[in-house]
Design a protein around this ligand. Sequence first.
Ligand code: KG4
Ligand code: ZN
Length: 342
Amino acid sequence: MNDDIMKILGIESSCDDTAAAVISNKLLLSNIIAGQQVHKDYGGVVPELASRAHQQNIVPVVDAALKKAGIQKEGLDAIAFTRGPGLMGSLLVGASFAKAMSLALEIPLIEVNHLQAHILAHFIQSPGEEYRCPSFPFLCLTVSGGHTQIVLVKSHLQMEVIGQTHDDAAGEAFDKAAKIMGLPYPGGPLIDKYAKRGVTTTFKFPTPHAPGFDFSFSGIKTSFLYLVRDETKKDPEFVRKRQNDLCASFQKSIVTILIDKLTLAAESTGIKEIAIAGGVSANSGLRSALQVSAEKLGWNIFIPKMEFCTDNAAMIAITGYYKFLAKEFADSDITPVAKYPF
Ligand code: KG4
Ligand code: ZN
């Protein structure tokens, strides 16, 4: 290791993106992602297809990340990988690769919680850009395909979930609504796109009653399903004709639920340092609603760059950096876990 400079390779394979990134302390040197098109027609990720694609992608993706960073594998100081939560077959590919590489290079192995990593993406320094990160304690709304949480972040490695979904995740609700409209997976970005051309007040969906800072999205999804089913019976062209308004109204409802609970958590804790993370933080409706709340309520907000919203390995590498500083290393017999609470 060169004095205090640490070069860490991050590997992410928890779902359907194979990703590798290299950081030098907090500075990002490379961030490579190979997505998987095979799931498009299935309405969701097919685990067996995902793990096969990870196996095909992992070597070229790691190779590309090292080349882009301009370093040899011997120049690495540690390897960080996603241990969970995620799909077991997918996680196993990244974990096995990371373990083998750390053994071969005789450098430390660091295991990373994917959800913690989404939050720590706010601490990545992108080359040539001004560095700005939240100060502790802050609240983070983590909204992805598998999770919806409000997290009280006390330090880089100390986090407490103070609210979460009782059923579907926000991203899952987006994807299921998209599937109901016959759109391919993942439907979240498509709903976002069509919502921009629609009217948010056209259709009304019920407000869920989850306690405290918790969420529930199954009611709104069912209500969307019934609306499309009933209206399609009357007019088979309903979805095609009203897609933009359906998307705008549905997105508005989801964003309102998210922002209302985040506001409640901010008021109850007195915290005004507010971040969002995870795939759904790419949603333009959520991003602008957060800006509106920030102005109204005096929040200091942190919205990730697009490349750090959805799954990536830069967030795994930065988490590896903080765990390296805390000397939190993993044994070589470590195994992935499908569920991984903080
Ligand atoms: O964090 P992520 O990449 O993977 C998980 O850890 O789950 O999140 C993926 C989720 C998917 O459900 C996808 O539809 C959603 O994020 N998503 C969006 C947008 N971009 C991605 N949802 C709404 N609007 C978007 N622009
Ligand atoms: Zn994720």
